[in-house]
Ligand binder design. Sequence first.
Ligand SMILES: C[S@@+](CC[C@H](N)C(=O)[O-])C[C@H]1O[C@@H](n2cnc3c(N)ncnc32)[C@H](O)[C@@H]1O
Length: 360
Amino acid sequence: MSNELPDWGLWTEEKLEALGSYLEQFTTASKSAKNKVYLDLFAGSAVNQARDDKSRTFDGSAVKALKTIPEFTHLRFFELKEKARSLRQELGEMFPNDDRFEVFEGDCNANIGTVLNDLKQLRLQTSPIFAFIDPRSLHFTWETLSTLADYKEPNNKGKLYKVELLILFADPDFQRLYGKDRQYPDHRASSVTATQAFGNEDWKVIAEARSRDDISVEESRYYLVELFRHQLENILKYKTTMALPFKSDAVTKKYTLVFATDHHAGKDIMKWVLGNAAEALFDDRINTQLQHEMNKRLSKGAPSLFDSPESIEDEDIRRWMSQFTVQTKRMKKDELIVSPAKMPDWFWEVKKRMDNRQDD
Ligand SMILES: C[S@@+](CC[C@H](N)C(=O)[O-])C[C@H]1O[C@@H](n2cnc3c(N)ncnc32)[C@H](O)[C@@H]1O
C-alpha cells in the first residue's frame, strides 16, 4: 500500500460518511434489482488520512462503495494514470478475488462513454446506477453529466430513472476567476474549465454581476450553485436536485455537494442523509471554532463544546461560550437546499443582454 496518504479535513470525512450512508440505503432500496452499479469518476485513494490526527485513517469513496451491504454488483473507478495504478493495487490487496470492480486509467471525461458502452453489453442500462463525481476542482465536463443523464433505458415496468448523481461542485473556485477576487493566488479553475463544467457561458452573468459589485461573494457562490441545479433540472431533466454547502469553519466554504435524482425514494433518503450531514458538519464547525477561540483564551488545555458548562470554572468564558453557541446555532438554518432551483430576474435580464451582444 502506498505510504503517501492524502490528508483531508473533517468536512471530507463527513462527505464520505454521507456517501456511505446513502449507498447503503440505495442498494437496500434497489434490493429487488439483480444488478446495481456504482461509478466513481474521481476515485482517489483507497485510504485517506485525517488532517487533524495523522494516525487516524478513513476509507476513500471506492472502499466505501466496495464495502456497501447489500452489495453493488458492478463498480467502475476512474483515476488519473499513476494514482489509478496505486488504487488498483491497493484495492487488489484489500479485496482479493473480488471481481466486481475495475479501475480505469486516465481522464474520466474521455473514458466514461466507453465504460458505459461496455456496461451496455452486460445489459445494465436498466439497472439502478449511482455516480459519485468528486473532483478537487472543476474537472468534470457538462458533456460527462449529460452522457450519464441520457444513459439509462426504461426498466421492465416501463419506468425510467436516470443515473443518480452526487457531485462535488467547487463553487469557491469560480471566485478566483472574476473581478477583485482574481487576486487569489491559486488558479485551479480557469474560464475554460468553468465553461466546460456548465456546458455554456451563462456562469459569466454571475461573474459580471460580482465584478460590478452588484452581488457579494457569498451571493455569487449561491447563484452559481442555483444555476448548476437549474441546468440539471431544466436541461438534463432531473426531477429533484438538492445542495448542501460544506464549510470548514463558520465562514469558509469549501464546496457544495449537489445531488440529482429522478426517484422519489432517492429524494427522501438523500434529504435525510444530507440533513444529518448538515448537523454533523455544524457540530464539527462549532467545535473547531470553539477550540480555536478557547485556545486563544486559555494558556493551556481548552474545554470542548461537549464539556458541561458547569464544569468550566471561569464565569467569563461560560458566558461567552453560551453566547457563542446561541449565535452559531442560528447559522444552521436553511443549509440544505431542496426546493426547485430558481434564478432571479436580474440574471435572465443580464443573460439576454449578453446573448444579444454575442449575436451582434
Ligand atoms: C478529491 S479526490 C477524490 C477523493 C475520493 N473520491 C474519495 O472520496 O476518497 C479527486 C481525485 O480525482 C483525480 N482526478 C483529477 N482529474 C481527473 C480526471 N480528469 N479523471 C479522473 N480522475 C481525476 C485526482 O487524481 C484525485 O485523486
